[in-house]
Design a binder for this molecule. Structure first.
Ligand SMILES: [Zn+2]
Ligand SMILES: [Zn+2]
Length: 348
């Protein structure tokens, strides 16, 4: 790819062609263009009285092609992009990190006094004792310390990944999120003056001109590398990785009616194992549960029909097809009943 010119429309189309979702920024600024009247709250000094409070995710303006709600409007659609920049040719280009599959390391150069406590400089990273006082001036030095601690190399200015210098002297390293991973933005959590643009955050595209100056791609590299493993580990460690929470399943049954004491606990545990089983292990979990509870039915401690019912519920939670589940439950219960469990001393 050749370097795009500074014409914002061409920059936006160049990025969109690579799968990066873009949205227009207010000319000369690094904030998104103002949306329509209904979607723009205005400012404290100049509140917009036509504003109607609503959830931007579900806003009809997206379907209507209006660039309301900043990042939420971001698109790779060339036609829409062409329209947006035809109406505001001087709009800068924002790149929505999450929808673009990007994780952008934002190295700040705010100045100010570096924290003397290493835990505030780079939390959780073992640093050398002999850091000269005054040698850490901004995010670039903090990043250098991290890179050294990890015995890694970071794509410097080039050529390994797209690297953008901001008008204030900061540096943005653009990375692709590894397949199947999601990341969240945080400021200063990885380290002092080290921010991460991901998820709902955006970055200003190289070539965008603001009143403060130009966002400039450094070196010759215009492609985006995958997030290096060492950095992914540190971002994960510092809470930037979004891990799909497996919600604790709200159990649809009442173990109380399914025996008491040991028996109730066994029912609860088996049902939970089935309901929370992952694809690939669900069948085994269901077979095992049906067998185990079948041994209690065989011992006269549980009612087989009731057990079959709640197992079917749990299997449904795990997403097992009903017919498959019914067959597995029946055969598991029958097999278990042939091996009645002896519950010596267990309370009824
Ligand atoms: Zn709108
Ligand atoms: Zn709206």
């Amino acid at each position: 790819m050749t370097t795009p010119t500074r014409e914002p429309r061409r920059i936006a189309l160049w990025l969109a062609a690579q799968g990066y979702a873009v949205h227009p920024l207010a000319p000369g600024l690094k904030v998104p263009v103002r949306g329509c009247d209904r979607c723009s709250p205005g400012t404290a000094d100049h509140p917009n009285l036509a504003y109607v409070e609503h959830d931007g995710h579900a806003c009809p303006c997206h379907a209507d092609g209006r660039p309301c709600h900043g990042v939420l409007a971001a698109t790779t659609d060339a036609e829409r992009i062409t329209e947006w920049w035809a109406s505001t040719p001087a709009a800068g280009v924002g790149v929505a990190a999450g929808p673009s599959g990007l994780v952008i390391l934002d190295v700040d150069t705010h100045g100010g006094e570096a924290p003397s406590d290493p835990e505030r400089l780079l939390p959780g990273v073992e640093l050398p004792d002999d850091i000269a006082p005054g040698s850490v001036r901004d995010g670039r030095d903090v990043l250098a310390l991290l890179v050294e601690a990890r015995r890694a190399t970071l794509p410097g200015c080039a050529p390994e990944t797209l690297t953008v210098r901001t008008p204030s002297g900061g540096v943005h390293y653009w990375f692709r999120a590894p397949a199947g991973t999601r990341w969240r933005p945080q400021a200063g959590v990885l380290g002092w003056q080290l921010d991460v643009r991901a998820g709902s955050a955006y970055a200003v595209a190289p070539g965008t001109v603001t009143r403060a100056g130009v966002y400039t791609a450094l070196g010759g590299c215009r492609t985006v590398a995958e997030l290096p493993v060492w950095l992914a580990r540190d971002l994960d460690r510092t809470g930037h990785r979004v891990r799909p929470e497996r919600p604790r399943v709200a159990l649809p049954w009442r173990p109380r009616s399914m025996g008491s004491g040991y028996v109730a606990a066994a029912v609860e545990a088996e049902l939970r194992a089935v309901a929370e089983a992952q694809t690939g292990t669900r069948n085994d979990a269901l077979n095992r549960a049906a067998f185990n509870l079948g041994t209690l039915c065989g011992a006269g401690r549980l009612n087989r029909d009731q057990v079959a019912d709640v197992l079917a519920d749990a299997a449904g939670h795990a997403g097992l097809p009903e017919r498959e589940a019914t067959a597995a439950i029946r055969s598991g219960l029958v097999a278990g009943e042939r091996h009645p469990r002896a519950l010596a001393g267990a309370a009824a």
